[in-house]
Ligand binder design. Structure first.
Ligand SMILES: [Ca+2]
Ligand SMILES: [Ca+2]
Ligand SMILES: [Ca+2]
Length: 247
């Protein structure tokens, strides 16, 4: 065999190793530093077909492979100089058609897992805990969509409202775990929030999300809902002045 043909593959191999060492000197055989992933929306309503997947805290200017468990396609992204990326991912075959747990995984080009983010596909049009409010409304309000009755001090927020039952806006004393006149008073005292738009602190009162037919988010409709809504946990009876919610 002529010497020249044997040396070409060896030179090519050496060149490849040298280039790899120059370009990725810290990552040969070792995973990139991992980062944080976020998914929007979170949770994901049933039927959603598009997610915005963002990452931060990864190595700068690196190729990242994105996978969503139980769904296709896989995707790829390249981090910017700050180690962040954002992609819009669209599920093949249409929207998520079942509730349940999923995970977004970011891996490097060698398949090393860098970060994992859990998310849930939820049915926003159901009232899973039977407290009279749809899951989508509970997520909007920030209340627990799988728990109806307060069971501990941790279920009450700093303003005195239930973190688990949207109707229980005043969860103290005789009004704890019940809906009564005290809950309606929250719309006007200690601060008058009726006929205002939501802020970070007043969103909890917007139990009929948004303005509807009115000029402001928190309006007479929200007050009417608190005084008239019925709840599956009470056999469909009106919640106002009903016996307390019992865990
Ligand atoms: Ca609830
Ligand atoms: Ca109450
Ligand atoms: Ca409203």
């Amino acid at each position: 065999m002529p010497r020249s043909t044997a040396t070409i593959p060896i030179l090519a191999l050496l060149l490849t190793v040298a280039l790899a060492a120059l370009g990725e000197s810290v990552s040969i055989g070792a995973p990139q530093p991992g980062g944080q992933l976020t998914v929007s929306p979170d949770p994901v309503p049933l039927g959603t077909d598009t997610l915005v997947i963002s990452g931060s805290g990864f190595a700068a200017n690196k190729y990242v492979v994105i996978t969503v468990s139980g769904a296709l396609p896989g995707a790829e992204a390249t981090t910017n100089g700050s180690g962040a990326f954002q992609i819009t991912w669209t599920r093949w075959g249409g929207g998520f058609n079942g509730v349940g747990d999923h995970w977004v995984t970011a891996s490097d080009s060698r398949g090393n897992q860098l970060a994992v983010k859990h998310f849930q596909v939820v049915d926003g049009d159901s009232d899973g805990d039977g407290d009279g409010f749809l899951t989508s409304v509970e997520y909007y309000l920030g209340t627990n969509a799988s728990k109806a009755c307060a069971t501990s001090a941790g279920d009450i927020d700093s303003s005195g409202s239930s973190r688990v039952w949207p109707g229980d806006l005043y969860a103290a004393g005789a009004s704890y775990n019940t809906v009564d006149i005290q809950d309606l008073i929250r719309f006007v005292a200690p601060d008058r929030l009726l006929d205002t738009n939501v802020s970070a602190t007043s969103r909890r009162l917007d139990v009929e999300p948004g303005k509807g037919a009115f000029a402001t988010d928190i309006n007479i409709q929200d007050l009417a809902t608190v005084s008239t809504f019925s709840a599956p946990m009470f056999g469909g009876a009106r919640a106002f002045d009903h016996a307390p919610c019992s865990p």
